[in-house]
Write a protein that binds this ligand. Structure first.
Ligand code: SAM
Length: 274
């Protein structure tokens, strides 16, 4: 046994520690790990998930921002030779240096879950799957379809990068301290679309952000305000038989892809700002 007492939870770092071993088992089962897999965990906390990951995978890299928790887990998990504990910020850690094929498994700090998701999705071409615990409301945004009030940039970009399943909900009782919101575990299996060139992915992301930038406006007006040439947007819409009055929130992922391809394809020039 270690000598360090478990550090108390800091709310501003999103420290709601999982205490239910059954949820840990379900997360591990969903990740389908083998003893040759390399895993990235963000925020090991007191190490409940880290320990299970070390038993199920070949190697685990766990990034923790809180030096108290880093020291605590370093002492508690010293028996695991396959664990690399990093003291650092997951927003700046060079994820791209991890081996291709690394699987991400994490109970994310909720205050940072959306920026972390975007950061992880940027590397989705290197990661076959991600199993993430996050706020139930964010899980709903990840799987939302067009027409839903929570459908937006996160939904389109996540579904562009991965096939997403909301696997199960987790009640606040499974954590200490208890979070104010329900949680959910999602499985993201990344798609071949991520094998596109960096330029292609960036173009699509810029287009989707611009489309949703002024949610209440029509797509043409929202893109115009983001300095896309309305004439080119209108011809792309006409070519695909979409009405000019269409709004971003009614476009499905496939329609976004078709429109962006049409826009950025050889037939039409790129937006003025690019
Ligand atoms: N994995 C543990 C569990 O399931 O009990 C802890 C999860 S807790 C919800 C989130 C963890 O992320 C905390 O340990 C917190 O200190 C850590 N964290 C918060 N911000 C971070 C950041 N920017 N980079 C790395 N870790 C961070």
């Amino acid at each position: 046994m270690g000598v360090l007492p478990p550090p108390t939870a800091l709310k501003h770092l999103g420290q709601n520690f999982l205490i239910d071993p059954n949820i840990v088992r379900k997360i591990i089962a969903l990740a389908e790990l083998s003893l040759t897999d390399s895993v990235l965990e963000i925020g090991p906390g007191r190490g409940i998930l880290t320990e299970a990951l070390c038993r199920s995978a070949g190697h685990v890299t766990a990034i923790e921002i809180d030096p108290r928790l880093h020291a605590y887990v370093t002492e508690r998990q010293s028996r695991f030779q396959n664990l690399t504990l990093v003291l650092g910020d997951a927003m700046t850690y060079p994820i791209e240096h991890l081996p291709i094929g690394t699987i991400v498994v994490a109970n994310l700090p909720y205050y940072l879950s959306t920026p972390l998701l975007f950061r992880l999705l940027e590397q989705a071409h290197r990661v076959p799957r991600l199993v993430l615990m996050l706020q139930n409301e964010v899980a709903d945004r990840l799987v939302a379809k067009s027409g839903s009030s929570v459908y937006g940039v996160l939904s389109v970009m996540a579904q562009y990068s991965a096939d997403i399943t909301k696997a199960f909900k987790v009640s606040p009782q499974c954590f200490r301290p208890r979070p104010d919101v329900d949680s959910a575990v999602v499985l993201l299996r990344t798609t071949d679309r991520m094998k596109q060139t960096r330029e292609g992915r960036d173009q699509f992301a810029t287009f989707v952000r611009a489309a949703f930038a002024h949610r209440r406006k029509t797509l043409v007006n929202s893109l115009k305000k983001q300095e896309y040439d309305p004439k080119h947007v209108e011809s792309a819409l006409a070519a695909l038989h979409f009405p000019l009055s269409i709004r971003a929130e009614t476009l499905s992922l496939d329609e976004f892809i078709a429109l962006s391809d049409r826009f950025h394809g050889s037939l039409l020039p790129s937006p003025r700002r690019q």
